[in-house]
Write a protein that binds this ligand. Structure first.
Ligand code: HEC
Ligand code: HEC
Ligand code: HEC
Ligand code: HEC
Length: 509
């Protein structure tokens, strides 16, 4: 300080230089702070900008105009190259990989065709293409109700708003086929007004109400899982194909089995064993809630929709996929371990669960075939009752675990518990069948057919794949272009109305 005052008293102009230099620095700092504040506000505005999106608009592009980052990552779901040891986005023929399932699902659509899910981007196409939905050449044709579309498209909430929920479910799949065009997207999870998370489909809210809970009164972190639980859950079609989540007795395999037993509900009668069967859907949420990540407050979105940054902007990655394709963002935000170690942790758990799943599967296949043999040798309903009840429950336990593709990682212990109980029941079923055969005077080795490949198994249960595929191809060639045309015309109509400056109401009407 002394030096400066000496210098200034000798050379007064230095004081002016210092003064102006300080002014320039202060001005630049001010400018810098202003830019930061402005950028931050712009950042917030990226989420709360006033948009003119109609809340029921089912078109991803209409929302994506305002949110290009989320839209672009969403669109990356078109890429289906990733494959992990058991899962990933490639379309794989699971019946070819595992012919046991042809026998387990005999008499039910899944024995015709069962592919690994490719992802949200393909949800509508996959329903149109699978042999399970048949080849409906007319609105009243085909085995499936409109309820099938419910978790596939934001066109469904739009239609429900137009025609009423129960009315929607009462239609056939083909009757509304020309109305279902857009795969799962923005409107499935977001309010248009402020982009907060929303429950767009009625079933989860109805189920919460039955359980004495209010879906509008849950934490933000819970919503980051509950948006997924709109669809990634066990469900069945009740009266008039009304969609129901069977959680009234609880969410574990045995709780849901009890629910179905109380209602004497069966999805189908198995043509070989004649057991009244249950088909599990995909109880991802139910099983996830029994795992350590759920119990520590981690949500589905934390792993499947991690935060990412682009140009300094932090946002949610909307490419929903196997987290193993993005370990650094999906896991390493919380875990310090290397990528290789985390993958090993996942595969170890999946290997153990799959080992038990495969064991249960082959005991179940034998039990169906042996029950068939017992019937063919004159067994009576009375003799078979207990064995069939055990087969129903053993397969339900298998399917509950198997149909939740992520469960082996989400909650390995619950999966192993469920499969272990199933294995116990399946062995018990075989013992009962052997006892029936002994009663009938048969004591030799039960001769079993060769059903070791998809083709052999399908021929054995009487599926004519070529004929099914030919009918499907005709449907895809003749009907799908009509549905597509109707959808494109409808969407063009909205777009015209939207651009019309005199138009004030919803452009979906
Ligand atoms: C409107 C219903 C719906 C909602 C909501 C939904 N999903 Fe899905 N999800 C599906 C359907 C249907 C498929 C199968 C689509 C296909 O492959 O044809 C699927 C597939 C997936 C897949 C498999 C993709 C792959 O690469 O194999 C993952 C992972 C997934 N969903 C995670 C989630 C997560 C996480 C959420 C919540 C943030 C969520 N989903 C919300 C219906 C939904
Ligand atoms: C399966 C459900 C789901 C779908 C489909 C979906 N989102 Fe999101 N979105 C989320 C979740 C979960 C978050 C994180 C929200 C939070 O934690 O507040 C999010 C966050 C956002 C945000 C807030 C900013 C951010 O990035 O975190 C915007 C904007 C957004 N999504 C736009 C879109 C757009 C546009 C689409 C369609 C192209 C879309 N979303 C489709 C679930 C979904
Ligand atoms: C938001 C934080 C968070 C994220 C993201 C996360 N985890 Fe975890 N993980 C946890 C917590 C918390 C635990 C429980 C450990 C504890 O409390 O000591 C846990 C436990 C585990 C365990 C031990 C579970 C067991 O079965 O004993 C494994 C393995 C694991 N995580 C792997 C992963 C992988 C792989 C990913 C990415 C796909 C991941 N985690 C993502 C927080 C997270
Ligand atoms: C701690 C991280 C984590 C959380 C939380 C989590 N998952 Fe997963 N999920 C995974 C991993 C890891 C896999 C296995 C992926 C693989 O093997 O490629 C997986 C697999 C899946 C799959 C099968 C994906 C495929 O490629 O076919 C679906 C569907 C799924 N999860 C949905 C959900 C839903 C719904 C929730 C919430 C109820 C959830 N996940 C919560 C990490 C997580």
């Amino acid at each position: 300080m002394k030096n400066i005052s000496k210098t200034v008293s000798k050379k007064p102009w230095v004081a002016w230089v210092l003064f102006f230099a300080t002014m320039v620095v202060v001005f630049l700092l001010g400018l810098f702070t202003y830019t930061i504040i402005e950028n931050r506000t712009a950042g917030q505005f990226a989420f709360v900008t006033t948009t003119d999106i109609d809340p029921l608009d089912p078109r991803a592009e209409a929302w994506g105009r305002f949110f290009p980052r989320q839209f672009n990552t969403y669109a990356q779901m078109a890429d289906t190259t990733f494959r992990s040891k058991y899962l990933g986005s490639q379309r794989r023929d699971l019946l070819d990989e595992n012919p046991n399932m042809v026998i387990l699902f005999a008499g039910f659509g899944f024995s015709r065709d069962y592919n690994l899910a490719r992802g949200h981007y393909y949800s509508v196409l996959d329903v149109q293409e699978t042999l399970r939905t048949g080849a409906p050449m007319n609105p009243q044709d085909g085995p499936m109700p409109a309820t099938c579309w419910t978790c596939k498209s934001p066109d469904v909430p739009r239609l429900m708003a137009e025609m009423g929920v129960a009315e929607y479910y009462s239609k056939t799949l083909a009757e509304v086929g020309h109305e279902i065009h857009n795969p799962i997207n923005c409107a499935s999870c977001h309010e248009a007004e402020d982009m907060s998370l929303k429950i767009a489909l009625p079933t989860l809210a109805e189920t919460f109400t039955r359980m004495g809970r209010d879906i509008n009164n849950v934490s933000h972190q819970e919503m980051r899982s509950l948006t997924c639980a709109q669809c990634h859950v066990e469900y069945y079609f009740g009266e008039n194909n009304y969609l129901i989540f069977p959680w009234d007795e609880g969410m574990r395999a045995e709780d849901i089995a009890l629910y179905f037993d109380q209602r004497e509900f069966a999805d189908w009668i198995h043509p070989l064993s004649r057991a009244p069967m249950l088909k599990a859907q995909h109880p991802d949420y139910e099983i996830f809630t029994t795992g350590i990540h759920y119990q520590r407050g981690v949500s589905c979105a934390d792993c499947h929709m991690p935060y990412t940054t682009q140009g300094g902007m932090k946002f949610t990655d909307h490419k929903i996929q196997s987290p193993l394709n993005n370990i650094s963002a999906s896991c390493q935000t919380c875990h310090r371990q290397s990528e290789a170690e985390l993958i090993r942790n996942v595969y170890d758990r999946q290997d153990m669960v799959h080992d038990l799943k495969n064991k249960l599967e082959s005991v179940l296949v034998s039990s169906h075939l042996e029950a068939e043999f017992a019937w063919n040798n004159g067994a009576t309903e009375n003799q078979m009752r207990e064995a069939l009840h055990l087969i129903r429950h053993a397969q339900w336990h298998w399917d509950y675990a198997a149909a939740s593709h992520g469960g082996a990682f989400h909650a390995p212990l619950e999966m192993v518990r469920t499969l272990g109980n199933g294995l116990d029941m399946a062995h018990e079923a075989r013992r009962k069948i052997t006892a029936v055969l002994v009663d009938l005077g048969f004591t030799g080795e039960i001769p079993l057919p060769d059903v070791s490949t998809k083709e052999k198994a399908q021929v054995y249960i009487g599926i004519d794949l070529e004929q099914l595929q030919a009918a499907k191809d005709r449907f895809l060639d003749e009907i799908i272009p009509q549905w597509l045309q109707a959808s494109l015309e409808r969407q063009e109509r909205w777009e015209r109305q939207r651009r019309d400056p005199d138009h004030t109401g919803s452009y979906l009407q």
